[in-house]
Design a protein around this ligand. Structure first.
Ligand code: SF4
Length: 378
């Protein structure tokens, strides 16, 4: 579900497409979210699936990829299509994909996505075609109410009496580096305590099935190898994502994973200066507008534009239900935190009770935030 980095999904999709005689098939991203918990960014998928009391609410037409300078491309959140029962779920997904294959753009890979069929047709026409292919109507979608989109880091009790530990892994890179041996630490904990492992779309690791009596030993095992646990990291740092970008990805326009620590130091510093060092704000960095780290659904999205220059997006919902808007373009990497500082100070002084950073930026609008930044700079 939602691999980070374009290579795996593109290769898998292309292989599948070639096998059926269609060289333009890309990956079709399916996401399944538990009700009220949007930690997988369900609206960013081609097809989102959310279980509920009447069956599965289907969301269609999400996708975050875009190309700078190609106006027809843009990030898009999925629309609620309807509710299907478990018996028809597979057939419903097949019907959705078949519409994409029959009516999507088959000549330009940049436009060969389900979301553009939704753009062109609108939801009502899409639903009519979908129900015709499915062989019957579907019930109206549930009103989805999300409580959280954070990544279950730290300790959580499981239903069977055991515990789960969410371990933050910077950029999802499980390796041994100087000062922190993630690979060795995770291997030792898993083998010694026979733990289950879940990898998350936010690039972290969940260790599951930890006996209550082993919690301290697991913690000590990880800490002994230099792994910092969630409570040892500022919230803005532990929730940050970056795609692989350079040197791995051939589509990269700017650094992402390798500059994540530097950028996050700067952003955390700016938050701390305003007394917000413990504030949770989602930050995601992508090396190009394809947006594999989902920057457009982050409260601060940073997207590589060209060598060392980035577009900064603000105003997305912390629940993943609203896209961000362009705040500034062609921002040099070392100026990102500086350019954000006036907005952070404004947030610190004028936010509403419990108002998230992304909601605040959205409420004020980009024009106001840009004016604030210009005023401070002049
Ligand atoms: S550089 Fe672009 S295509 Fe490559 S992983 Fe990052 S966002 Fe995806």
């Amino acid at each position: 579900v939602n691999p980070i980095g374009c290579g795996d999904c593109l290769a898998a999709g292309t292989a599948w497409g070639l096998a059926r005689g269609d060289s333009l098939v890309d990956a079709v991203r399916l996401g399944i979210a538990a009700a009220a918990d949007n930690c997988i960014d369900v609206y960013s998928h081609d097809v989102g699936i959310v279980p509920g009391p009447r069956g599965f609410t289907l969301l269609v037409g999400g996708g975050l990829g875009m190309s700078f300078g190609v106006k027809a491309t843009h990030p898009r959140l999925a629309d609620p299509l309807g509710v299907v029962e478990a018996e028809r779920l597979t057939a419903a997904i097949e019907a959705i994909i078949s519409i994409h294959l029959d009516h999507g753009n088959r000549t330009n890979r940049k436009l060969a996505r389900l979301k553009y069929v939704l753009d062109e047709w609108g939801l009502e026409r899409f639903k009519t075609e979908f129900e015709m292919r499915l062989g019957g109507p579907v019930a109206p979608p549930e009103q989805l109410a999300w409580r959280s989109a954070s990544d279950h880091l730290g300790w959580h009790a499981q239903a069977d009496g055991s515990w789960m530990l969410g371990v933050p892994v910077p950029s999802g890179r499980i390796r041994d580096v100087e000062g922190a041996r993630w690979r060795t630490a995770l291997r030792e904990a898993v083998e010694r305590f026979r733990l289950g492992v879940r990898l998350t779309p936010q690039q972290n690791v969940l260790l599951i099935g930890i006996p209550a009596g082993a919690r301290e030993e697991v913690r000590r095992t990880l800490s002994g190898h230099g792994v910092r646990l969630a409570e040892q990291l500022p919230p803005v740092v532990r929730e940050a994502l970056a795609c692989v970008s350079l040197p791995t990805c051939g589509l990269a326009l700017a650094e992402a994973e390798r500059v994540l620590p530097e950028i996050m130091d700067g952003i955390h510093g700016v938050l701390a200066e305003s007394g917000l060092g413990e504030q949770a704000v989602s930050v995601r960095i992508a090396g190009c507008p394809n947006g594999c780290s989902r920057p457009y659904t982050a409260e601060i999205g940073i997207v590589g534009q060209s060598v060392d220059l980035y577009t900064v997006f603000l105003g997305a919902s912390p629940l993943g239900t609203r896209l961000g808007s362009v705040f500034a373009e062609k921002v040099p990497r070392r100026e990102i935190a500086v350019r954000l500082a006036p907005v952070v100070r404004l947030y610190a002084s004028e936010r509403g009770t419990n108002e998230a950073f992304g909601d605040f930026c959205h409420r004020l609008g980009m024009a106001s935030l840009q004016a604030e930044e210009r005023t401070v700079a002049s």
